[in-house]
Design a protein around this ligand. Structure first.
Ligand code: NAD
Length: 499
């Protein structure tokens, strides 16, 4: 790596490292022919580092490297067991660098370091390990057909373009890379422009683990330029995306030009229903975490809380007390910080504008203001609870993507389910009750890809993750996640010539 393509960084927690800044193509860091991206610490608004941003020409280079690697004997003929071994090595390397990787994501994104280390990194490492285990367990079927021998082979799709968001930078990368690699695809992954750093250190680990050149290519770049060049590239066979519904719509339109296989995971506005028989304290604990953790920047955030009428007033009072008790706002490095700054000025302004809207549409139970913590620098907002809005208000219906929750009362189960389903989105939903029959009945009735009973935000690499309605297409994680990265080939063998 040339010295121009790396920079020495020291984070506020004392971690020092050599940060690559180039585009990771063919196991090398190279200069872009496009512009640059400067990563900013959202706690101080100070620059952290400037990295190369891919142009359409660079994307083409990366895609061609991935296409060549897909057909190369080093990858194509590598046994599935050896592919799994490479992935296990990668997971071990990530484990050995987990403090560094957590530091980078905390600095770049604003999330508390402790959260990055104990949540994001654990999830990222486990996901690569889990899919490493799948690599040699992906097979087809034999099918009985008269006078024929028919069987199927599950083959990789080819070159996969992956576009990830900034809310869980490394974790989102592994959700996409894990199944794609296990199935034998080659990859061009574009990171989000707000969090460009950890993916480049991850690139070093890809090389160190021993993946052949071109199998994994990692780019930073702007959505409109690098992202759209990747989605519309004719040599990309599949696109996997996580981010906003608006961008997903655009991606689907662009991918149509070359009839690409796509999987999409977008955001939304998810219900959490509290019935009057629920364990009250547990419902408060989980419903706080379901929207207030990760600065509210969670694709499955349970941001619409529906509470049965007879416990509604008590619930709101306790919820506000919980926010005061737990949601300590501060920088990424203080051990008592629960909520760091929002990721960017754009997200911060977006939340402030929803504060204005919320004041007009409902009542503020707590919060609703920007926060001055670091001499006025940093994208800090108050954790906020709105009540008394109607079900057609914007704050109730639109994704805010911040620590902002709306609470409404309901009369009975039918009304709760009706209100829960009154949304264009359907990724996650949670419900709290001790009534076993009701739990299963409501779980089946809510229109969402995932339901949590008496908890929220459970996520495990072994369990499928994905949405219905405008929250996505396809599934990530679990065995279901492999389907997105393989295609089935049918082979017919004639066995009837001697009849
Ligand atoms: P976004 O959808 O614009 O960005 C996500 C990724 O898509 C980034 O890598 C970006 O570079 C890329 N991208 C953007 N435009 C593209 C294009 N035309 N073609 C190809 N790729 C493109 O999201 P954002 O602007 O960072 O955030 C806006 C809103 O999106 C948030 O407020 C939130 O509501 C939602 N969001 C959801 C998730 C999630 O996990 N579901 C994550 C981030 C943001």
């Amino acid at each position: 790596m040339s010295s121009q393509l790396s920079v020495t960084l020291t984070a506020p927690n004392g971690q020092s490292w050599q940060q690559p800044t180039g585009l990771f193509i063919n196991n090398d860091f190279i200069t872009s022919t496009g512009g640059t991206i400067t990563s900013i610490d959202p706690a101080t608004e100070k620059d952290i580092a400037t990295v190369h941003a891919a142009s359409a020409e660079d994307v083409d280079k990366a895609v061609k490297a991935a296409r060549e690697a897909f057909r190369s004997p080093e990858w194509k003929d590598l046994s599935a067991t050896d592919r799994g071994i490479l992935m296990t090595k990668l997971a071990d390397l990530m484990e050995s660098k987990k403090e560094l990787l957590a530091t980078i994501d905390a600095w770049d994104n604003g999330k508390p370091y402790a959260e990055a280390l104990t949540n994001d990194l654990v999830e990222a490492i486990t996901t690569i390990r889990y899919y490493g285990g799948w690599a040699d367990k992906i097979h087809g079927q034999t099918i009985s057909v008269p006078n024929k021998f028919a069987y199927t082979i599950r083959q990789p799709i080819g070159v996969v373009g992956q576009i990830i968001p900034w809310n869980y930078p490394l974790s989102m990368a592994t959700w996409k890379l894990g199944p794609a690699l296990a199935c034998g695809n080659t990859i061009v992954l574009k990171s989000a422009e707000q969090t460009p750093l950890s993916i480049l250190v991850f690139g070093q680990l890809i090389k160190e683990a021993g993946f052949p050149p071109g199998v994994v290519n990692l780019l930073n770049g702007y959505g409109k330029e690098a992202g759209s060049a990747l989605v519309s590239h004719p040599l990309v066979d599949k696109v996997a995306f996580t981010g906003s519904t608006a961008t997903a719509t655009e991606i689907m339109r662009m991918a149509a030009g070359t009839l690409k296989n796509i999987t999409l995971e977008t955001g939304g506005k998810y219900p959490l229903i509290v019935f009057n028989d629920a364990d009250f304290d547990e419902s408060i604990k989980w419903s706080h975490m379901g929207i207030m953790s990760n600065q509210g920047q969670i694709c499955t955030a349970t941001s619409r809380i529906l509470v049965q009428k007879d416990v509604y007033e008590r619930f709101v009072t306790k919820y506000v007390e919980k926010v005061k008790e737990i949601s300590k706002v501060g920088d990424q490095w203080a051990s008592e910080t629960y909520q760091g700054p929002q990721v960017s000025k754009q997200q911060y302004n977006r939340i402030l504008s929803y504060f204005e809207t919320g004041r007009l549409e409902g009542k503020v139970a707590i919060g609703g203001q920007k926060l001055s913590i670091n001499g006025g620098k940093g994208y800090y907002v108050e954790p906020t609870v709105f009540t008394d809005m109607t079900s057609d208000s914007r704050i109730w219906r639109e994704e805010i993507f911040g620590p902002v929750v709306c609470i409404r009362p309901f009369e009975d189960e039918d009304q709760a389910v009706k209100e829960a389903n009154d949304s264009q989105y359907g990724l996650g939903a949670a419900l709290f009750t001790k009534d076993l029959e009701r739990a299963h009945r409501v779980a089946a009735s809510v229109e969402s890809g995932m339901v949590w009973v008496n908890s929220t935000q459970d996520c495990d690499p072994r369990v499928p993750f994905g949405g219905v309605k405008q929250s996505g297409i396809g599934r990530e994680l679990g065995e279901a996640g492999l389907e997105a990265y393989t295609q089935v080939k049918a082979v017919h063998v004639n066995m009837g010539n001697r009849l």
